[in-house]
Design a protein around this ligand. Structure first.
Ligand code: ADP
Length: 612
């Protein structure tokens, strides 16, 4: 089973906290509301008890006064005296009116009413016997009686206070005052609240809620019912109704009772009670708990709402803290990465510096090695050149020496014509030596002369014209392929002519021992470039020599035939023109030398003038 996610648990915990706060708020307010209600009930009961006392006390002495009244004594001793009865009746009526009593009356020792304040009313007590009433017997037996009952004659409830009438140790009768407590009930109703007064059996005989009246607060047992019936206390009233209280619990702050109301609903009341000493009654105050509950529910809801708001604020604050923490963490991480990266860079930089240092040292070493090599090459080249030059110069010098000796001899012998021919040979030898030194000068010179726009086809024609004598003599066939309009390049016509002449001369050397002697020269313009190539039908270049042909003093020719400088000079000239001289062996035999030059963009070629 999947475990509930953390957020669901948090929400459940939050809801629990809110519910707990709500319930606690409800409980606190409910408790304090009940405590207040109990205090108010206690206060109210105390007040009403004393009011009741005051009302009753006003009349308490009245029966006593009647019991000691002379005319009453006389009446009880002469009960048939009509005039006396009439007088006593009137004085009782006057006294009842003055005192505010419901009724004042006098019974003989058998309980028969002889005179009463209501003698002249339809429901007069006169002639009625009330010996079944406890207040009659109590007065006779205990010297005083008090009893609340519904009047059997009038049907009106009242409180009866009685005193025995004695004369010289003989019981004459009983004097009674009946007072109404309805006024109290009216006061309770107008003051609000639920007040009820119960007799010693728990029957409510005064109550501010009208329908509570004459209902037992608890179930009556059979003996109690018999007693009530016998004394006719609640004559005409059925006490068979349900007991008022349905349920009763007793929390610390007062008893709580459930009472079924007129509408049939069960209401909870906080009940406070006070047993009224001397009456045998109990005064009750019932405070409806519904408003207290409503207030407590509202307070609970308000507490829960406050808790929810505080909780939300807390969650918001915590979320914000978490976001801040994440940002700080990210910042820390970034800083750490930057630090690490910086350290890496510093390390890389260090190693780079070391590498640079090593490279520099290696370069120094290489340069030193190169310098040494150059020095060695120079020495080697010098040796080679010295040997070649010595050979080249020695040969004509030796020939010159021999020819000069023969010229001297011819001159001495007078053979002037032959001497002149010998001098011509000397001239040739000197010219050859001059040619040699010319080559060396060219090789040594760094400045290759002026560069200008020239027509390369004209340069080719000039070179061909110079070579043609030899080519023709040796039976070499030339194949020329050039664009008719000419191609202008920027360069030095003399130097390029020298290159072409050298290439033609080498080609002529190469084909000299071949049966078929062909040299093909082509000028091919391709966009911004022009390709010049000189190909021959000779043996081509041996693979071993391929890498060395452009080296100075490399030659395969016989001593005296070649210096090995032609191609290296040509290479340097083409290089100066921004091109590169290349060589390859053609597939159908023979070597091909070629180079590419950039085509000049504008300006008229100056080389045409050379060709003119
Ligand atoms: P030299 O002509 O004095 O020998 P070069 O520098 O002109 O000096 O040529 C160097 C060498 O290149 C030649 O000795 C020859 O071996 C080789 N060579 C040059 N041109 C050709 C060619 N067209 N065919 C074959 N070999 C060639």
């Amino acid at each position: 089973m999947k475990a509930p996610s953390k957020s669901i648990l948090s929400w459940c915990a939050a809801l629990l906290v809110i519910a707990a706060v709500g319930v606690s708020g409800f409980a606190v307010y409910d408790r304090s509301g009940r405590t207040d209600a109990k205090a108010t009930g206690d206060e109210r009961i105390g007040l009403y008890a004393s009011t009741l006392d005051q009302v009753v006390e006003r009349f308490r002495t009245l029966p006593f006064v009647l019991a000691n009244d002379e005319s009453i004594h006389k009446l009880l001793e002469a009960p048939a005296d009509r005039a006396l009865i009439d007088r006593v009746n009137r004085s009782l009526a006057a006294l009842a009116t003055a005192a505010g009593a419901d009724a004042l009356y006098v019974m003989d020792s058998s309980g028969l009413t002889l005179a009463a304040s209501n003698y002249d009313q339809p429901k007069s007590f006169v002639g009625e016997n009330y010996n079944f009433r406890p207040y009659f017997r109590d007065a006779v037996e205990h010297g005083r009686g008090q009893f609340f009952a519904i009047g059997v004659t009038t049907g009106e409830p009242g409180y009866f206070l009685s005193r025995p009438v004695w004369r010289e140790g003989k019981l004459l009768g009983v004097a009674v005052v009946k007072i109404s407590l309805e006024g109290l009930e009216a006061d309770w109703r107008s003051a609000g609240g639920n007040i009820a007064l119960a007799d010693n059996r728990g029957v409510l005989f005064l109550a501010s809620p009208p329908n509570w009246k004459y209902r037992p607060i608890r179930p009556l047992n059979e003996a109690e019912r018999t007693d009530i019936r016998r004394s006719m206390q609640y004559s005409g009233i059925s006490l068979e109704g349900w007991p008022l209280l349905k349920h009763r619990q007793s929390p610390d702050n007062g008893d709580v009772v459930n009472i079924s109301m007129e509408d049939g609903d069960l209401h909870s009341f906080l009940v406070t009670r006070s047993d009224l000493q001397g009456y045998g009654w109990t005064l009750y105050s019932f405070t409806d708990l519904a408003p207290i509950r409503r207030a407590a529910v509202l307070a609970g809801a308000a507490s829960a709402l406050t808790a929810a708001v505080l909780l939300l604020l807390f969650l918001w604050w915590r979320g914000r803290q978490a976001t801040l923490r994440v940002k700080l963490d990210a910042h820390d991480m970034l800083e750490q990465r930057v630090t690490e990266r910086t350290q890496e860079l510093v390390r890389a930089n260090d190693s780079l510096s070391r590498e640079i240092e090593e490279r520099r040292r290696a370069e120094d070493a290489l340069k030193r090695a190169q310098d040494e090599l150059v020095q060695a090459s120079k020495l080697a080249a010098l040796g080679q050149m010295s040997a070649a030059l010595a050979h080249e110069i020695n040969q004509p010098l030796a020939a010159l020496k021999t020819t000069l000796a023969s010229a001297k001899l011819l001159i001495r012998n007078g053979a002037t014509e032959r001497a002149a021919a010998t001098v011509a040979t000397i001239d040739d030898l000197v010219a050859r030596m001059g040619e040699l030194t010319q080559h060396l000068r060219t090789f040594a010179r760094k400045d290759f002369g002026e560069m200008e726009p020239i027509d390369i086809t004209v340069v080719v024609q000039r070179a061909l014209a110079l070579a043609n004598a030899r080519l023709g003599a040796e039976g070499v066939r030339t194949v020329i392929d050039m664009p008719a309009g000419g191609v202008t390049v920027t360069g030095n016509a003399t130097r390029l002519e020298q290159v072409l002449l050298n290439l033609l001369s080498n080609a002529a050397d190469a084909v000299s021992s071949e049966p078929e002697r062909i040299i093909a020269l082509s000028v091919l313009q391709n966009g911004g470039e022009v390709l010049l190539s000189v190909a021959d039908s000779g043996p081509g270049i041996a693979p071993d020599h391929m890498a060395s042909v452009f080296d100075p003093f490399f030659t395969t020719k016989q001593v005296g035939k070649g210096l090995g400088l032609g191609l290296s000079i040509s290479y340097a000239i083409i290089d100066d023109h921004g091109g590169r001289l290349r060589v390859r062996n053609r597939t159908d035999g023979g070597a091909e030398f070629s180079f590419v030059l950039p085509v000049a963009q504008s300006a008229a070629p100056a080389a045409t003038a050379i060709g003119a």
